[in-house]
Design a binder for this molecule. Sequence first.
Ligand code: FMN
Length: 197
Amino acid sequence: MTKKANTRYSILKHLSDRWSPRAFNDKMPERETLLKLLEAARWAPSSFNEQPWRFVIGIKGEGESYENLFEGLNEFNQKWAKTAPVAVFICAKKTFSHNGKDNKHFMYDCGAAMSNLCVQATEEGLYVHQMAGILPDVAREKLNVPDGFEPITAAMVGYIGDPDQLNDDMKESEMAERKRKDLSEIAFFGKWGESFD
Ligand SMILES: Cc1cc2nc3c(=O)[nH]c(=O)nc-3n(C[C@H](O)[C@H](O)[C@H](O)COP(=O)(O)O)c2cc1C
């Protein structure tokens, strides 16, 4: 199943092919492939090159690694996430290492790293579904996240699976067309509200 973006202008194939499924299959990605995804994330730009991102990986069947991460997801996400063989928690350092001050852009930087990771995943034939629906306190405890770092999101990673595994509501959204705001709503020329498109 694919849900290629219906773009108005031609964009990189990996960007239009990426989407966030909730149904994955059992096939386990190679460890080297997962390392490539993390390597892609590692090379994202960040404010002051702080690289505030940290990743905790859980793999089904490898000790308690997967279960530890899974418990940090909220109830809604636990319903579907179990089909994916790999889980990742993204944690962020909230202060700058060079002066100890608050890094107001730590979230922005982590988003850039995850964007890199998603593009690399698409190259590898893998899919990523990111989640804000986490239980940060549970994740902090289960994953031993130290003070100064914050669990901010999680993501499930794997190969695409059969939507029939999902409940009716989730199956409907799995099959639905992907939508975006029009360019005229998000890109302005000179000042707010003047469309660039
Ligand atoms: C930061 C972030 C948080 C998200 N949180 C959740 C979530 O908790 N549960 C979920 O099912 N999807 C979540 N999503 C997936 C979005 O709903 C999805 O990316 C969006 O609907 C666009 O669909 P697409 O990724 O298939 O293009 C999240 C995505 C991002 C980037």
